[in-house]
Design a protein around this ligand. Structure first.
Ligand code: GAR
Length: 238
C-alpha cells in the first residue's frame, strides 16, 4: 500500500522502483535445491544482499521446498496435473509468484519449459542456471553428452530466460576440465560446486545493479557483453 492507502500497481512501476535496496528474489526449483541452498547460505553469510521471498515448485515433494521451510522462506507447490494446460499452469504460477513482488526470478533446477505468454512480463527479470557451456547441450543429460562428444572442458551457464528451452542471452559461465576416468556422475558432482559459485556471483551482480538485460543484450555497467562473463577463482566475474 502507498502511504495514502492506495494499493500499489506493481505492473505500472518501473523495475527500479519495484526493487528495494535488498533485491527481492523468488526461486523456482523442481528438485534437490542445492543451488537454492547456495543462495540461502550466501545470503545468510552476508555476501549476497537479497531477500528470498518465495520458493515455488511443480513438485510438492521437492527437497528444495524443505530447504526453504528450514530457512523460514515462504513456499508454494502447484501440481501441473491439476491444470488444463501448460499455459494455465504457468499463468497461475507466475501470478502467484508476482504476488510476492520479486524483482528477480531465479530458475534453479526448474525442469519445465515455460509458456511464452506467462514468461513475457518477466523477460529481463528471470535467469536460469544450466549445466553446460551453452549453446552446447540444451536440455537433459548434459554431462553424458559432453563426455560422449569427447569435450576437453565442460561447464555451466547462467542466462536471462526467453521462451526457448535453456535459451536466452548468456550472462556468465564457469568451466572445468574433463578428466580421464570421468563419468557423468563425477563430472556432475565437480560441476555442481562451480554452479553454486556461479549462481551466487550472478545474482550478486544483478542485486548490485551492475548486470542487466537492456534491449535484448546483457550489459555490465552499461556496456554490452561481447562474451559471457567468466567465473574467477576468487568467485568474482570478469
Ligand atoms: C542443476 O545442475 C541445474 O544446473 C540443472 O538442474 C540441477 C538442479 O540442481 N538445471 C537444468 O538442467 C535446467 N535446464 P539443484 O536442484 O541441486 O540446484
Amino acid at each position: 500500500m502507498l502511504a495514502g492507502g492506495e494499493p500499489v500497481d506493481f505492473d505500472a512501476l518501473p523495475i527500479a522502483r519495484r526493487s528495494s535496496p535488498i533485491l527481492r528474489v523468488a526461486v523456482l526449483a523442481s528438485g534437490r535445491g542445492s543451488n537454492l541452498q547456495a543462495l540461502i547460505d550466501a545470503q545468510r553469510a552476508g555476501t549476497l544482499p537479497v531477500e528470498i521471498v518465495l520458493v515455488a515448485s511443480d513438485k510438492a515433494q521437492a527437497p528444495a521446498l524443505r530447504r526453504a521451510e528450514d530457512a523460514g522462506i515462504a513456499t508454494l507447490a502447484l501440481d501441473p496435473k491439476s491444470y488444463a494446460s501448460r499455459a494455465a499452469f504457468d499463468a497461475d504460477l507466475f501470478a502467484r509468484v508476482a504476488g510476492h513482488e520479486p524483482a528477480l526470478i531465479v530458475l534453479a533446477g526448474f525442469m519445465r519449459i515455460l509458456d511464452p505468454t506467462a514468461l513475457a512480463p518477466w523477460v529481463g527479470r528471470i535467469v536460469n542456471i544450466h549445466p553446460s557451456l551453452l549453446p552446447k547441450y540444451r536440455g537433459l543429460h548434459t554431462h553424458r553428452r559432453a563426455l560422449e562428444a569427447g569435450d576437453a572442458t565442460h561447464g555451466t551457464s547462467v542466462h536471462f530466460v526467453d521462451a526457448e528451452l535453456d535459451g536466452g542471452p548468456l550472462l556468465a559461465q564457469a568451466e572445468i576440465p574433463v578428466l580421464a576416468g570421468d563419468t557423468p556422475d563425477l563430472l556432475a558432482e565437480r560441476l555442481l560446486v562451480q554452479e553454486h559459485r556461479l549462481l551466487v556471483a550472478c545474482v550478486a551482480e544483478i542485486a548490485a545493479g551492475r548486470v542487466a538485460l537492456v534491449d535484448s543484450r546483457v550489459r555490465r555497467d552499461g556496456v554490452p557483453l561481447g562474451a559471457p562473463l567468466r567465473l574467477r577463482a576468487d568467485g568474482s566475474l570478469a
